[in-house]
Ligand binder design. Structure first.
Ligand code: AR6
Ligand code: MG
Length: 309
């Protein structure tokens, strides 16, 4: 049974939502100074509502599956949950959109996973949605690795795509169970591929004083696992709070919504829901749905169903 409380669960999921919603308007931009990024975030918060993207939609689908189907993660069932939530206007990756078309045509989930990219996708889509796995099995290292890998499988069978999810799940877990996530925690994360190992090493040794442009060059900001998970974890590890982590992710540019969402999940897991600055909650689309999903996930931990795999 996981030792993570409802506060960490809610904090992680709201942190991820905030990163997704605040990062999405700036996706694809070049790196800018943190000062400019702070102004961007402030500007975004002036909108009446900030829409969430595929990051949040698929995180909710994974919770639907973990709470409603089985805590073992069955890739085909998880794919059905993803399809049930799928909305084409949520900024999905090109490969993911083609995959969904195959699912709708009745393709077997295993066959479809290598139909778009023959060696599978190494996009960051499995990592961006994996927080619930880290929260559910925090403290159970081997189970997190196993379940995170299974949660990637419907969409990401490339070893690097899977490894991104495993590393991000462990990052959320350690943040949620210890209340801390700094360089030491980052450096200790288990990466199975050379790509993620090199990325984590670079992130662990990159000073927080570098410019955002330098960090973006060193760590990458592309929508692929090894060029976004390290950047997100660097934001989480070197920034003192959720707001600063999201601002820094926006400053890096590139895949801002997903890098901010992954950084937000880790910072929010460590710091809890009170780390969401006042005035944010009413702007974030899906805020109440995410709080409700957090309640369902935390409730399934409390009733003891969370300790089976
Ligand atoms: N070979 C070449 N390019 C690849 C490969 C591969 N094996 N795998 C991935 N890519 P995708 P995701 C590139 O489409 O992981 C959204 O904006 C390719 O350019 O599987 O769910 C989200 O918010 C492909 O389009 O989707 C995230 O930021 C891209 O990686 C991101 O997309 C993404 O892989 C999540 O994407
Ligand atoms: Mg997105």
């Amino acid at each position: 049974m996981s030792g993570v409380g409802a506060q960490a669960v809610t904090g992680a999921l709201l942190g991820a939502l905030a990163g997704d919603c605040l990062g999405a308007p700036w996706e694809g931009r070049h790196a800018v100074t943190r000062k400019r990024a702070r102004a961007r975030v402030r500007r975004a918060l002036e909108r009446p509502v900030l829409a969430y993207t595929d990051d949040t939609q698929l995180t909710l689908a994974l919770i639907d599956h973990l709470v409603g189907d089985t805590d073992r993660v069955e890739p085909a069932q998880l794919a059905r949950r993803m399809l049930a939530r799928y909305d084409d206007r949520r900024g999905y990756g090109a490969g993911m959109r083609r995959l969904v078309a195959l699912w709708r045509d009745g393709w077997d989930v295993d066959d479809a996973a290598t139909a778009v990219f023959p060696d599978g996708s190494f996009g960051n889509g499995a990592a961006m949605r994996v927080a619930p796995v880290g929260l559910r099995w925090a403290g159970d290292h081997d189970v997190i690795t196993h379940v995170a890998e299974r949660s990637a499988r419907p969409t990401h069978v490339h070893p690097v795509g899977i490894d991104g999810a495993v590393v991000q799940a462990h990052a959320v877990a350690v943040a949620a169970s210890t209340g801390a996530f700094g360089r030491d925690e980052l450096a200790a994360l288990p990466a199975a591929t050379d790509e993620l190992r090199a990325g984590l090493q670079a992130a662990a040794s990159l000073p927080s004083t570098v410019t955002a442009a330098e960090a973006a060059r060193a760590l990458g900001t592309a929508p692929i696992a090894h060029r976004s998970v390290p950047a997100a974890l660097w934001c989480a590890a070197t920034c003192e709070d959720l707001e600063h982590a999201i601002v820094t992710a926006v400053a890096l540019g590139g895949d801002t919504d997903t890098i901010a969402a992954m950084a937000g999940a880790v910072r929010g897991a460590a710091d809890g829901p009170a780390s969401l600055p006042p005035g944010w909650s009413h702007v974030l689309e899906g805020h109440d749905d995410v709080v409700e999903a957090a309640r369902r996930l935390a409730g399934s931990l409390d009733d003891g169903t969370g300790d089976r795999t």
